[in-house]
Design a protein around this ligand. Sequence first.
Ligand SMILES: N=C(N)NCCC[C@H](NC(=O)CCC(=O)O)C(=O)O
Length: 445
Amino acid sequence: MKHYEANFDGLVGPTHNYAGLSFGNVASLNNAASTSSPKSAAKQGLLKAKALADMGMVQGMLAPQERPDLHTLRRIGFSGSDAQVLSNAAKQAPAVLRACCSASSMWTANAATVSPSADTHDGKLHFTPANLVDKLHRSIEPITTGNILKATFNNSRYFSHHQHLPEHASFGDEGAANHTRLCSEYGHAGLELFVYGQEATNPLAAKPKLFPARQTLEASQAIARLHQLDDDSAVFIQQNPDVIDQGVFHNDVIAVGNQNVLFYHQQAFVDTQAKIAEIQRKFNGQELHFIEVPTAKISIDDAVKSYLFNTQIITLPSGEMAIIAPTNCQDNPAVAAYLDEVVALGTPIKQVHYFDVKQSMQNGGGPACLRLRVAMNEMEVAAVNQHTLMSDALFARLNLWVDKHYRDELAVDDLADPQLVIESRTALDELTQIMKLGSVYQFQK
Ligand SMILES: N=C(N)NCCC[C@H](NC(=O)CCC(=O)O)C(=O)O
């Protein structure tokens, strides 16, 4: 049987904007109140997804969320017509209104944690939506994320969908952004690496001093239990709290793995040598490539600015690996030079491809943030909702849809415009028909 690692990219929603909502995420704060372009953001994302499909990869799209989220605004006491809810929220709780308008579900690396069927006891592919409790604007995503995942992976014979973890800081969970899977082949049992920022139930454990650690050990352990992983199929690694304080708000800003390659910065983890030894032991002596990038070559500051580690490492149908990098890496001389070198290190990585995803980058989301990886066998791929899979036809259809419904520009002050609600709902209603998702949004229920 054939096996693939599919990437499901988040379709950027019509309200993509820069609201400075993510304390600890340097780009989000630096670009707060800039004017965004929802149309070009969506098109940049579609171009990257289509390019990967054209490289022979299995590529899917995940629908965005309903924003502005009037249901949350009504839940906290705003009432009257939609226009009244928006204008009162803009006057009385502008920060909450901004949170309720974020298109942050585009970063589908944070949508869920996924364990492929080769790793799990029941032989099913498991999904747990991330609760994203650390940030208000993200904490309102998981229910709809679950609906979208169920409509995309809609076959209970192959796919097991869990509820998101309890909504409390002790179980702060950011999904696949803090999860990497190593394996020799996608269809073979793999080793799942769970990287956490803090231990919630141990007040003495090290944690960052300035910025929040969004993922807890307790959450990572819960996911491993839910997904029926053996002790020998999981490794729990603490992220270095000092790098969180320098803007590394998710592990995928400092490390990325694919099959038997782990590409990471020297300062990424706590207790690196012991963890590498544990990985080697649990990988049962099979060949592994550890590409550790020293601080002397790439500083943490350069890694955070360029998103060198927020690249996707993909295995092409030829068996060669390619790095999918943001063009921001080309703009940084040290990083560009490093990427020229990396293809000659004698590891499976042989190519680098650059994509302009600047609209997303300005909110701290690189190529890897924009995708959820789902390793599947051919039967599972066939069981996916086929209308979510990238093709020439879907690419053309989605570009037309974006042209029809998306604004060229959006400023933070536009978020209270009641017309935006109408535009967004009209667009999403049509999208659910294009992707045959059924009623996944509250406004459709
Ligand atoms: N690293 C991964 N996997 N994902 C990146 C997520 C970026 C996102 N930015 C934002 O939510 C900014 C929104 C704003 O400020 O308007 C976040 O911080 O959660």
